[in-house]
Ligand binder design. Structure first.
Ligand SMILES: Nc1ncnc2c1ncn2[C@@H]1O[C@H](COP(=O)(O)OP(=O)(O)OP(=O)(O)O)[C@@H](O)[C@H]1O
Ligand SMILES: [Mg+2]
Length: 457
């Protein structure tokens, strides 16, 4: 099964100056990065950072507004993916993907799902005729090979015992592994996985990690991984690229990225005042010092701190080249940069920076209560609000302090509640942008179904 030893560590994927615009929205802005052959490259960033859009450009679902995406195959051939018709990307460039929302044929068995994935190979062997399906030994051989390959990946994914069950009957984590097995049946050189660990319990997460490490170690397939679960990213990635508002803010080893202040600010999704609190909690004095004195300017936003096209940026240009950013809607990484830029300016001129980030006046008034706040969690057990994308550990703590402990509370929020919560959290518009209420409704539904099946309410 293992391919002849591929040349390791050369770039299998080279993304250069990629931009993708949707009307006025710049979902990806001038993004460049490489994924090395034989490695797991993680693409991380807060909700809406543009990660799935990058995948959609790589796999031909979107044609990028600008930029080049080069896929270098092991045999030495190269493909410009942005120019390849999307149906040719899996077959010719050998790129396979899974989706953020599971897409399986739920009524088909596991084995059938993996055979459908090999449809192209089987059709080719049939000579594209019905007679060919029955007559040619070539088809019979291909069909036997396809079944062998399907069985091989069902075993790898620890699903062989359920080969004849409908895919829809599998638990969630097993469906995720089935999707990966299905993608592997197409023999990809690059496997793009969009949040494969989302919603998995710790045991399922471990099984997923094992499958990904097996693919990496034994097939030569390179993996590009979008993931929010930092435990997964840190454990299995060789290289991490971090996006915020469609721009790259960090790129390096998991260790380097984890301690990058811009990443902490952006990825944890905290307001700038909270960054230091987070860093203090993380306990990294070096980073705290770096934040005060200014981070490496090699990465991070270029000329704008907001990546929406048009005049929504509150970036102020100063004649000395100083750039001071006002908070509303601006990049967290940009705020870190602005902070260090202001600090450097202060040191150079021994005068205070002219402007700093400001909070809207409402944020400084005493906040209103959220209408459905509780004194304590029901049955003494709070839901894990941090499962809602956009809620980090600090926001979860703040919400608990203000009487919000359960998904169904957030699911029932009205406009005034959202405004009150945003006041507590010092967020502007994020709750709607990240659809916390929709996410909370889905989680509440799942929790209630689990409760009915005997889980905790
Ligand atoms: N087809 C589209 N039309 C308009 N806007 C889009 C489209 N696809 C994505 N966007 C916007 O582009 C931005 C990036 O979205 P994307 O889905 O790539 O983010 P993401 O990093 O994958 O987020 P998440 O972690 O929530 O999955 C968002 O503001 C999104 O609303
Ligand atoms: Mg996404």
């Amino acid at each position: 099964m293992s391919d002849a030893s591929p040349p390791m560590n050369d770039a299998i994927l080279h993304v250069e100056h990629l931009s993708m615009k949707f009307g006025g929205l710049v979902a990806i802005g001038d993004l460049s990065f490489r994924a090395r052959r034989g490695e797991i490259t993680a693409l991380i960033g807060p909700n809406g950072a543009g990660k799935t859009t990058v995948f959609n450009c790589i796999t031909g679902f979107y044609k990028p507004s600008e930029g080049m995406i080069t896929l270098n195959r092991r045999d030495g051939s190269s493909y410009l993916l942005e120019r390849l018709p999307n149906h040719e990307i899996p077959a010719r460039a050998k790129v396979a993907r899974t989706f953020q929302n599971i897409r399986l044929f739920s009524g088909m068995t596991l084995l059938e799902n993996l055979l459908v994935a090999q449809h192209n190979k089987l059709m080719k062997a049939s000579g594209y005729t019905v007679l060919g399906l029955f007559g040619f030994s070539g088809y019979r051989t291909a069909s036997a090979e396809s079944i062998d390959l399907a069985r091989h990946w069902l075993e790898k994914a620890d699903l062989i015992d359920r080969a004849d069950d409908p895919a829809g009957d599998l638990p969630y984590g097993a469906q995720r592994r089935l999707e990966i097995a299905r993608a592997m049946c197409t023999g990809p050189e690059l496997l793009c996985l969009d949040e494969p660990a989302a919603g998995l319990n710790p045991k399922e997460s471990m099984a997923l990690n094992a499958l990904l490490m097996d693919i990496k170690d034994n097939t030569g397939t390179s993996i590009l991984l979008i993931e929010h679960d930092m435990a997964v990213v840190m454990q299995i990635s060789d290289h991490v690229v971090v996006l915020e508002y469609g721009r790259k803010i960090s790129d390096g080893s998991p260790q380097a990225v984890r301690t990058d202040p811009r990443v902490i600010a952006a990825y944890l999704g905290v307001e700038d005042e909270e960054v230091e609190t987070v860093l203090t909690e993380v306990g990294d004095e070096d980073i705290i010092e770096q934040l005060d004195t200014g981070p490496d300017s090699a990465h991070g936003p270029g000329t704008s701190s907001s990546y929406l096209a048009g005049p929504v940026t509150e970036t102020v240009g100063h004649s000395e080249g100083e750039r001071v950013t006002v908070s509303k809607g601006a990049s967290k990484a940009g705020q870190v940069d602005a902070r260090s830029s202001a600090a450097a300016n202060k040191a150079a001129k021994a005068t205070p920076p002219k402007t700093s980030r400001t909070k809207p006046a409402a944020k400084q008034n005493s906040p209103r209560a959220i209408s459905n706040a509780l004194d304590a969690p029901r049955d003494g057990i709070a839901d894990r609000l941090a499962l809602i994308k956009g809620i980090g550990p600090i926001s979860e703590k703040l919400l608990n302090q203000h009487g919000i402990f359960h998904y169904d509370q957030i699911a029932a929020w009205k406009k005034a509640d959202v405004e009150a919560a945003e006041t507590y959290l010092a967020f502007d518009g994020r709750i709607a942008r990240e659809d916390w209420i929709g996410q909370a409704k889905a989680l509440a539904k799942r929790a209630s179904a689990a409760g009915k099946r005997g889980g905790r309410k």
